[in-house]
Ligand binder design. Structure first.
Ligand code: GLY
Ligand code: MN
Ligand code: MN
Length: 505
C-alpha cells in the first residue's frame, strides 16, 4: 500500500513547470511559426576596443602555463527561484581574456590549446578558440520555444561570426567543445586545466577526460595565474575604471539631490539605494556589488545591505556604492554624508580622523612600497586618534604591535583591496603577490579606512556612539606616486558640505 497522499500525481516534479503552458505543438503551428520571416538585419558587430588588449593578456597566460590546455568558462545561468534565472554576468577571468562584457555569453568557453612554442597566436605557445552556442536558425524549436536561449524570448544572440568580429578570437560551435577538450588529452598526453567553480557542466567534461589522479591542483594554479594576471591593469582597464568612477560620482550626486525624498520616506535608505541602482542600470551594466546605504547606527554595520531604515536629519548617511560599466569594470566608492548637509562637532571629529588615516595611506601608496604598508600607514593614524580620545587601553604604539591591535575594535576591516572586474579583484592571488606584493604602476586598489562606534559600545563616550564613518577612494599607482581616481568626489568635510549645499540648491 502506498503511503502517498491520494492526490499525488505520477508526473515527476521537474516536469511540472510546463503544466501551465498552453503552447501549441501541432505540425501546422510548427510550420507556421518557423516560416515567413524576412532576412535578418545586419548584426552591426564591430571589433571591441578591448580586443586590442586581450591578445596580450592571453599571451601572458600562455607564457606562464605552456603545454597545458587552459579552459576558461564564461559560466551559465544561475537559477534565482524555480524557473527564473538571475541576469547573466560572465566570470571575470573570461571577460579579462575575451573582452566580452555585458551579458555575453552564457555557456561560452575560451580554450587555449597548447601548440609548439612560438607557433601560436602572436607567437605564443597557445592557440585560442572561443566555443559558444550561436544564434539558432528560425527553423529550430529553440527559436520560439526556448525561454533561456530562444530569439523569441531573449532576443537574437550573436552568431559565431559576430563574436569573432567583436573579440578577434576564432570561434567554434559549443557542440565541438567536448571533442576539442579530449583531443590528445590524458595522463601521457595533453594536460587540461579548467577554472574551478565556474561551470559544472564544463568541469564534468574535463573530469571525464582526464584521469582521476590528476585532480584539481592544476585548476588552482590556473585560477591563481588568472588572478595575478590582473594585478597590474593595462591602459584599457584604467580607462574603463576611470569611466566607472565618473559614472559612480554622478550616482552620488543624484543621491544627494534626492536626500529630501529619502528623509521623507519611512525607508529612506531604499530611496538612496534605488536612486543609485537605477542610475547604475541607466548608465552602466549594474552595480558592482550590493549598495550599502546605511544611515545613523546602520553605518556601524560594515556591509549593511538591508537598506530598510529611515534617513534622519542630524545623522550621517554612509553610502558605499559603485557602478559596474558595460565592460564590467567597477568602481568602489564610499562617502559618509551629513543627512542635513552639516556635520555635528562629534561627527566631524570622527570624519577628520578617518580622512587623516586615508591621507596617510595615500602617502604610502607609491611604487616600491608593499601593499601592506598602505594599511599600516592608515592604522598608525587611527590608533593615534583613538589614543588621543582616551579610548585605547594601551598606548597607540603598543596597540599597533602585531599581537595587540586593540584599535581594530573600531575598524575590523582592512584598508585596501585590488579593484577591477571584481570589486575584490585578484582574490586568488598568492599572499606574496597581494598583501606582501610590491606596488607597481598600473595597480588599482581602494583606500577605505573607517571608524565605527556602535550605540551600545560602553568603551566610547556617549557623543560618539552610533557614529560610523568610512571614506573610500579608488587609487591608481603611477610611475611617481599615485592618482586618486575618485578625487572629483569631495572628501574634505568643508568641501562635502559645500558640494551638498550646491547640489540641493
Ligand atoms: N563595498 C565593499 C568594499 O568596500 O569592499
Ligand atoms: Mn572596498
Ligand atoms: Mn566599498
Amino acid at each position: 500500500m502506498s503511503d502517498q497522499p491520494e492526490t499525488a500525481s505520477d508526473q515527476p516534479l521537474d516536469e511540472r513547470n510546463s503544466n501551465r503552458s498552453q503552447r501549441p505543438d501541432s505540425a501546422t503551428f510548427l510550420d507556421f511559426v518557423t516560416s515567413g520571416w524576412g532576412p535578418r538585419a545586419a548584426s552591426g558587430a564591430t571589433r571591441s576596443p578591448a580586443a586590442d588588449h586581450t591578445a596580450a593578456r592571453r599571451s601572458a597566460l600562455s607564457a606562464r602555463l605552456p603545454g597545458q590546455r587552459l579552459v576558461v568558462p564564461a559560466g551559465t545561468y544561475k537559477v534565482r527561484s524555480n524557473d527564473t534565472d538571475y541576469r547573466f554576468r560572465p566570470h571575470s577571468a573570461f571577460t579579462h581574456l575575451t573582452g566580452l562584457g555585458g551579458e555575453q555569453e552564457p555557456d561560452a568557453v575560451l580554450v587555449l590549446h597548447p601548440v609548439e612554442d612560438g607557433t601560436g597566436d602572436d607567437g605564443s605557445a597557445h592557440r585560442a578558440v572561443l566555443y559558444l552556442r550561436p544564434l539558432a536558425g528560425r527553423d529550430s524549436a529553440e527559436f520560439f520555444s526556448d525561454s533561456r536561449y530562444g530569439e523569441f524570448w531573449v532576443g537574437a544572440r550573436p552568431t559565431l561570426e559576430d563574436v569573432e568580429t567583436v573579440t578577434g578570437i576564432r570561434t567554434a560551435h559549443l557542440d565541438d567543445l567536448r571533442d576539442a577538450l579530449a583531443k590528445d588529452a590524458g595522463p601521457d598526453g595533453v594536460q587540461v586545466a579548467v577554472v574551478p567553480g565556474v561551470d559544472e557542466a564544463v568541469e564534468a567534461v574535463v573530469a571525464e577526460i582526464r584521469a582521476s589522479e590528476e585532480a584539481g591542483e592544476r585548476d588552482e594554479t590556473l585560477a591563481e595565474a588568472l588572478s595575478e594576471l590582473r594585478l597590474v591593469k593595462d591602459a584599457y582597464e584604467v580607462q574603463e575604471l576611470r569611466h566607472a568612477v565618473a559614472v559612480t560620482i554622478e550616482g552620488f550626486e543624484k543621491v544627494v539631490r534626492r536626500m529630501p525624498e529619502a528623509v521623507a520616506h519611512r525607508r529612506g535608505e531604499r530611496v538612496v539605494e534605488g536612486t543609485f541602482v537605477g542610475h547604475a542600470r541607466q548608465e552602466g551594466n549594474a552595480v558592482g556589488y550590493e549598495t550599502i546605504a546605511a544611515a545613523g547606527e546602520h553605518a556601524t554595520t560594515l556591509h549593511w545591505i538591508d537598506n530598510d531604515g529611515a534617513v534622519r536629519p542630524g545623522e550621517l548617511l554612509l553610502l558605499d556604492a559603485g557602478v559596474e560599466v558595460d565592460s564590467l569594470y567597477t568602481a568602489d566608492v564610499t562617502r559618509t554624508l551629513p543627512v542635513d548637509g552639516t556635520f555635528t562637532e562629534a561627527q566631524r571629529r570622527v570624519y577628520q580622523a578617518v580622512l587623516d588615516a586615508a591621507d596617510a595611506a595615500f602617502e604610502a601608496a607609491v611604487p616600491g612600497a608593499r601593499f601592506r604598508d598602505v594599511h599600516a600607514a592608515a592604522m598608525r593614524v587611527i590608533a593615534q586618534r583613538l589614543e588621543e580620545w582616551g579610548l585605547l587601553p594601551v598606548p597607540a604604539e603598543v596597540a599597533l604591535q602585531r599581537d595587540q591591535q586593540q584599535h581594530r575594535r573600531w575598524m575590523v576591516h582592512g584598508t585596501s583591496h585590488h579593484l577591477g572586474l571584481d570589486v575584490h579583484d585578484c582574490a586568488q592571488a598568492r599572499a606574496e603577490m597581494y598583501l606582501d606584493g610590491v606596488l607597481e604602476p598600473g595597480m588599482v586598489f581602494t583606500i577605505e579606512p573607517g571608524l565605527y562606534f556602535k550605540s551600545d559600545d560602553e568603551l566610547v563616550p556617549p557623543e560618539l556612539r552610533g557614529i560610523g564613518v568610512r571614506i573610500e577612494d579608488d587609487v591608481l599607482v603611477t610611475a611617481d606616486g599615485n592618482e586618486n581616481l575618485s578625487a572629483a568626489l569631495p572628501r574634505d568635510p568643508d568641501a562635502v558640505e559645500a558640494w551638498m549645499a550646491a547640489l540641493r540648491g
